[in-house]
Write a protein that binds this ligand. Structure first.
Ligand SMILES: NC(=O)c1ccc[n+]([C@@H]2O[C@H](COP(=O)([O-])OP(=O)(O)OC[C@H]3O[C@@H](n4cnc5c(N)ncnc54)[C@H](OP(=O)(O)O)[C@@H]3O)[C@@H](O)[C@H]2O)c1
Length: 352
């Protein structure tokens, strides 16, 4: 599996990112990528999840991410029905990023479609992203009408034709990712990644065999919703939830607490009972954040991309450039082994 390769230095001249090899590919990417679901422009059902961002905000987010060493981007066909891909490509062009320097991961949407659609729609994807190539093409969900074999054979055809560099999957179970890998192996290729939900309060992939399978097959895990859509920044934990906390953290929580907006209001993780449950972890993230002069979310991301060696990459999304800066700058401090282990214990007590 990938090893640490080169160091990049940010404006402060501190190393901001150390590039890692992604699975068995020849791609060397920052452990933190930028999630681009937020660039959907409010288009389509999935795209309506986040408020539409202005073009300028998108430029600021991408520029800030690049400045802090992020060198790859995760988007998808379903994010605004191509709007996210288009916004990303437009922005990279505006920022004069040459096609050879952009590493883009996008996804084919499989619901109610057969494997034939992988071949039939690739030109649309390339058009939305032009002039940028697709480095990683992922099957978004395991719900296509065709078999995994047929889907991966279509992906193989795209690689052979030079339309994409590598194939990955998303939301696949351990068994499904293994099957996908086996199909590609018959053609001398490898599945390089499984993109799944993974955070300090959702560690199900450690129990259902996904992480073990990734390690065994030398495959990367790309962690989506790594901040639990903002919960791990601590901003949704109000004072009432911190009653078990120390005075210092109560004051901090009160000062920063905000209410979730949109669909997040209805999700279990944002409900009062669950926020109370996750508070002890947030409190420790806040304590460490004060110590390292960073933010709680940065501690959570730092833990996530280190606790299992080099296997886990994370793709936090951002709604403004200050968030992108914070999320990109997670490698400016080092958690000690005992701090990581203590966080592990607290996280185990509150995780799904
Ligand atoms: N493969 C899949 O099925 C799948 C599913 C979901 C996501 N994804 C990918 O994963 C990416 C990230 O996942 P996600 O967007 O669900 O969750 P996330 O990255 O955990 O959370 C993103 C949201 O949290 C808030 N936030 C981010 N950084 C922050 C900071 N430093 N301080 C305070 N608030 C911050 C922002 O929302 P507010 O400012 O509005 O609070 C932002 O939109 C997506 O963009 C997408 O590329 C993939």
């Amino acid at each position: 599996m990938g090893s640490f390769m080169t160091e990049q230095h940010g404006p402060s001249n501190k190393p901001t990112h150390i590039l890692r090899q992604l699975g068995t590919s020849n791609l060397h990417i920052s452990p933190i990528g930028l999630g681009c679901w937020q660039f959907s422009k409010g288009n389509g059902l999935v795209g309506k999840y986040w408020p539409a961002l202005s073009n300028q905000t998108i430029v600021d987010i991408v520029q800030t991410s690049l400045q802090h060493g992020v060198n790859w981007f995760d988007t998808a066909e379903i994010y605004g029905k191509g709007e996210s891909e288009k916004a990303l490509a437009r922005t990279l062009q505006q920022l004069n990023v040459p096609p050879s320097d952009a590493i883009i991961a996008t996804k084919w949407w499989p619901v109610a479609r057969t494997a034939g659609s992988i071949r039939d729609t690739i030109m649309q994807r390339l058009e939305c992203l032009q002039p940028y190539p697709i480095s990683i093409y992922q099957i978004h969900q395991p719900y296509a009408l065709s078999s995994i074999r047929a889907q991966l054979e279509a992906m193989k055809d795209l690689i052979t034709a030079g339309h994409i560099k590598y194939a990955g999957v998303s939301n696949f179970s351990a068994k499904q990712m293994e099957e996908a890998h086996q199909v590609l192996q018959q053609y001398g290729l490898s599945l390089i990644s499984n993109q799944v939900k993974y955070s300090m309060i959702d560690r199900r992939i450690e129990k259902n065999g996904i992480l073990d399978t990734a390690k065994r097959l030398d495959m990367a895990i790309i962690a989506y919703s790594p901040l639990e859509q903002g919960i791990l920044t601590g901003k949704f934990h109000s004072q009432s939830k911190s009653d078990v906390g120390r005075e210092l953290n109560r004051a901090k929580a009160q000062a920063t607490s905000v209410a979730p907006s949109g669909i997040r209001r209805w999700l279990p993780g944002f409900r009062q009972a669950r926020l109370i449950k996750t508070w002890p972890l947030i409190e420790e993230l806040q304590r460490l954040a004060l110590e390292y002069e960073v933010e709680p979310g940065q501690v959570a991301l730092n833990w996530l991309i280190h606790y299992h060696g080099h296997y886990v990459f994370a793709i936090p999304g951002a709604s403004r450039s200050s968030q992108a800066a914070a999320n990109a700058k997670v490698l400016t401090f080092h958690l000690s082994d005992s701090e990581k282990e203590h966080l592990n214990q607290l996280s185990m007590q509150v995780t799904l």
